[in-house]
Design a protein around this ligand. Structure first.
Ligand SMILES: Cc1cc2nc3c(=O)[nH]c(=O)nc-3n(C[C@H](O)[C@H](O)[C@H](O)COP(=O)(O)O)c2cc1C
Length: 172
């Protein structure tokens, strides 16, 4: 189900010990979410179950971040990233997300799992600026090369710092 939501200036901040958990099947459809995930999304559990996570996608998130997320978990590696999410009323809530593949006894991926927690305010400020630049690059580049161009911006920025993506995220 698609909902037409317009972003607003409302911002919600996670509490120190909030963990927003969700699980999906292989196609990324939500099969489980905990009470706090539901609370911040402002959707009902029935609306969330069976939906893709893009139900809470904020339009100001660069596509390259999700591209990297899916590539990372498909290789059974752990993804860490800051995500600006959007509630059903258009409000924003930033999370530091950890996303992993769930595997069976034969190491086959059977679904995906994510835990989100409160990011530091200073980290949000830093990442927000980077994402704004990436989004602008994506909008100017056009659909076909948007992800390549903004990924290049991010990797150039990281090589100037001499640090890997994951090291950078976890250092903020
Ligand atoms: C376990 C898991 C958790 C995810 N969590 C989020 C999330 O919190 N917010 C979000 O926008 N996308 C999340 N995604 C990524 C979405 O599946 C999707 O790629 C993203 O919202 C971009 O949607 P779009 O390709 O339709 O633009 C998650 C994916 C997985 C597998």
């Amino acid at each position: 189900m698609k909902y037409k939501v317009t972003p607003t200036n409302k911002v919600r901040v996670l509490r120190e010990n909030d963990f927003l958990v969700s699980k999906t099947d292989l196609k990324g459809r939500i099969t489980y979410c905990n009470r706090i995930f539901i609370e911040f999304s402002l959707y009902s559990e029935a609306e969330l179950l069976g939906s893709q996570h893009n139900i809470i996608r904020h339009p100001e998130m660069p596509r390259a971040v999700f591209h990297m997320l899916w590539n990372t978990i498909a290789e059974k590696n752990e993804f860490f990233g800051y995500i600006k999410n959007m509630s059903k009323d258009g409000g924003t809530y930033w999370v530091l997300a950890n996303v992993t593949a769930s595997v069976d006894g034969n190491d086959n991926i059977i679904g995906y799992y994510s835990v989100r927690r409160k990011p530091k305010e200073s980290a949000i400020e830093t990442i927000d600026e980077i994402y704004r630049n990436m989004l602008q690059i994506e909008r100017q580049a056009g659909t076909r090369i948007a992800i390549d161009e903004s990924s290049k911006y991010l990797s150039d920025l990281l090589s100037k710092k001499g640090i890997s993506y994951e090291e950078y995220i976890l250092s903020l």
